[in-house]
Design a protein around this ligand. Structure first.
Ligand code: ADP
Ligand code: MG
Length: 695
């Protein structure tokens, strides 16, 4: 990302270092770390995705299309077809008939295994190919005549490059043997639940008994799966309760409604709050009135008006004589918030401090002194706010905008800014809407308010997918929009690998557009500009003196210029779905019909195509988030792996609602009667990450 928050210095490692353990060297440990396995205990919880039945042999004549099966065959012949379609094609036979095996990609080792006369067990699906029945890319295993068949189903595990199924199977079998899992649940409880003991459930799933049918064990409703999911949910519920109890035990300044500053702002705002904004502010206000710290996420799609809710919450602190800060991930966004808040609050006689890395030392020191003296109550800034010299003795509320851009530790650092013995209330805001249930499983102890309504008078954004070759047409559109008094963004292609190249393409796009549109005022903003240059350009765009703004993703979040009604995104296929949604949200903020043109280049990858389809079809951020989750899978979604926050691996809050209820009750019971069991359960699932749950 072109401009992201700087990490806090000297943060301890997020995960246990992948050093390995007896039998697992550093290189293997590193690969295991990629699948979140850091110990033998983690291996035991690494459960199969599915199973393959290698306990039986099927005769070639009995194969059915689309049904995976294993056969034992002898190779008759094998050849590599000539280029351009270099393929490995083998003829194999058993007593019942013959079959063709086809490899579109192949390794020399496979070529060798398929030497004429070799005896192999092949595993794959029959398919009616162009040349008759064949198997594409079957798995091959050379065998001696009469070699016995395995007695149980073969588990297939989620894995990563360089970690073969066979190696993973051996490791897991070893871990089960040498580190047998224990079930700490008291016997009486277990009997009541009528579920297998945890070790039995784990053994059954890793090495199913011979009699078990694939369909039974792949069904996540199987009692063994139920037991695993219950344990996982139990760990989650225990951590949630602990985090909740820890928060309740902390002190925070209670901020009852005074109806002075907040009421004044409401009266002066040029608009009425939407129903959703009013509801969210009421929820936040109720939390703020309590004398233990609020921990709330305000979720709302781009443009739903989160800033205004944040301002009201900050005023609730100020009207109680306490301090509040708003932290944003980029200079551009922080400055825009600063201007907006300062504009709203100056008529109320309130000063807002501005803290960013770019402020001159003298001015900065004067501001810091007045904040430290409690003379200024409100501050807006970047992560400069969490730096050491910033002292906020009367801090009561910290708001974090676009909170997913910050690390857990940065949020913690902000919380530490309060005075001794008190924790400030925290309000996190995010326009990367996370489905509610997912939010609850990502962030341990968190209440959620949702802005599910856009302010009135917005015209929906029209999204167009345009092939790269029609760029001239698009440039004409930009011209027409600006000639009609509107403004436009031109977003440069994302080049994540190299900041230098990113800069170069931005400058090229700027030069190309300036030349093609000589009668327009064209500006350029990118991450390498000095902060004052950036802010001058943004101010000129906001004021309308720049008509076309060529930009990198520095404008991705928060930028709010209602007169901008056209956005062009070059090489849209390179952007992530959440990013496209955020970028597109820069338009559609005013009364004019807005258009977002996604320029794309062929060939598109499968996920590239899916992403463009999703962004083209949907405008609702929550739906887009769901699509994103579907396309990317939960592991990568909002970078959960990096944040160290636990994601449910097996249980599903929706599907397993009944288990969630049981886990909730059980968690309470264990915390009360058997805290050691509760400890063991959370350690098993979250290991060293449990501490981060509280962030
Ligand atoms: P986001 O939720 O994306 O942070 P903003 O807070 O930037 O959204 O608000 C988007 C725009 O909508 C701003 O120009 C803001 O002043 C305006 N706005 C906020 N609330 C309302 C409202 N209730 N009615 C009309 N406009 C509003
Ligand atoms: Mg915003």
């Amino acid at each position: 990302m072109a401009e992201s928050a700087a990490p806090v210095a000297a943060a301890p490692p997020r995960k246990p270092a992948a050093r390995g353990w007896p039998g697992v060297g550093p290189q293997l440990a590193e690969r295991l770390a990629k699948i979140d396995v850091f110990s033998p205990a983690d291996l035991i919880l690494h459960l199969p995705l599915r199973y393959e039945d290698e306990t039986r042999l099927t005769m070639l004549a009995d194969l059915r299309a689309g049904v995976p099966a294993q056969c034992e065959v002898e190779v008759q012949s094998c050849e590599v077809s000539p280029p351009p379609r270099r393929q490995l094609v083998a003829r194999v036979a058993d007593a019942s008939g013959e079959l063709t095996l086809r490899f579109v990609h192949f390794y020399p080792s496979q070529h060798k295994q398929l030497a004429a006369g070799s005896r192999l067990r092949i595993f794959g699906e029959l398919r009616d190919g162009f040349f008759g029945a064949e198997m594409i890319h079957p798995r091959l295993r050379p065998v001696a005549a009469g070699e016995p068949l395995p007695e149980s189903l073969t588990p297939v595990y989620p894995t990563t490059a360089g970690l073969a199924q066979s190696a993973l199977r051996k490791l897991i079998a070893g871990a089960l043997r040498h580190h047998p899992p224990a079930d700490e649940l008291p016997d009486a409880l277990r009997r009541r639940l009528n579920l297998p003991a945890l070790p039995d459930a784990l053994r059954l799933l890793h090495a199913p008994p011979p009699a078990l049918a694939i369909a039974d064990i792949e069904d996540r409703g199987h009692p063994a799966w139920q037991r695993i999911k219950l344990d996982e949910l139990l760990a989650q519920q225990i951590s949630l309760r602990r985090a909740y109890a820890a928060r309740r035990a902390k002190n925070a300044p209670g901020l009852p409604p005074q109806q002075t500053l907040t009421r004044e702002l409401l009266e002066r705002l040029p608009f009425a709050l939407t129903g959703a904004q009013a509801r969210a502010f009421a929820e936040i206000g109720a939390d703020l009135a309590l004398d233990h710290p609020m921990q709330r996420l305000l979720q709302g799609d781009v443009g739903s008006g989160k800033t205004c809710v944040a301002a009201l919450a900050m005023l609730r602190a100020a009207e109680n004589g306490r301090q509040a800060v708003l932290m944003a991930p980029t200079e551009i966004l922080a400055e825009q918030h600063y201007r907006k808040l300062a504009g709203w609050l100056a008529p109320l006689g309130l000063e807002v401090a501005w803290l960013s890395g770019s402020r001159r030392k003298k001015a900065r020191e004067a501001t810091l002194a007045r904040l430290a003296a409690g003379e200024i109550l409100l501050a807006v800034g970047t992560h400069a706010l969490i730096e050491d010299p910033v002292v906020l003795p009367r801090l009561a509320l910290a708001v974090v905008d676009e909170q997913h851009r910050f690390g857990v530790r940065q949020r913690l650092a902000l919380r530490e800014k309060g005075c001794a013995g008190e924790s400030p209330h925290m309000l996190m805001m995010s326009a990367t809407p996370i489905p509610r249930t997912l939010a609850m499983s990502y962030y341990a102890d968190l209440d959620v308010s949702v802005l599910d309504e856009l302010p009135p008078g917005r015209t929906p954004i029209v999204t167009k997918l345009v092939m790269d070759g029609r760029r001239d047409e698009v440039i004409r559109r930009v011209h027409d929009a600006c000639a009609a008094g509107r403004q436009a963004y031109w977003v440069c292609p994302l080049i994540e690998e190299s900041e230098a190249l990113q800069l170069q393409t931005a400058e090229e796009s700027f030069a190309m557009l300036s030349a093609a549109l000589p009668d327009l005022a064209v500006g350029l903003v990118h991450g390498r500009l000095r902060n004052d240059e950036k802010s001058a350009t943004m101010a000129a765009f906001a004021a309308g003196t720049i008509q076309l703004l060529v930009a990198t993703t520095v404008i991705e979040v928060g930028v709010d210029v209602p007169n901008a009604s056209l956005m062009v995104i070059e090489h849209a296929e390179r952007f992530g779905l959440a990013q496209l949604h955020q970028l597109r949200g820069r338009v559609g903020r005013g009364v004019h019909e807005s258009v977002c043109i996604l320029l794309y280049a062929q060939p598109l990858s499968q996920t590239g195509r899916e992403r463009l389809k999703a962004i083209f079809e949907h405008t609702d951020g929550f739906v887009i988030a769901r699509e994103d989750l579907r396309i990317r899978g939960p592991g990568e979604f909002i970078g959960a792996r990096q944040s160290g926050v636990p994601l449910l691996r097996y249980a599903d809050l929706g599907e397993d609602a009944a288990l969630v209820d049981i886990a909730r009750g059980l968690a309470e019971e264990l915390l009360r009667d058997a805290p050691r069991v509760a400890d063991a359960t959370t350690a098993r699932w979250f290991g060293g990450r449990a501490a981060l749950l509280k962030a």
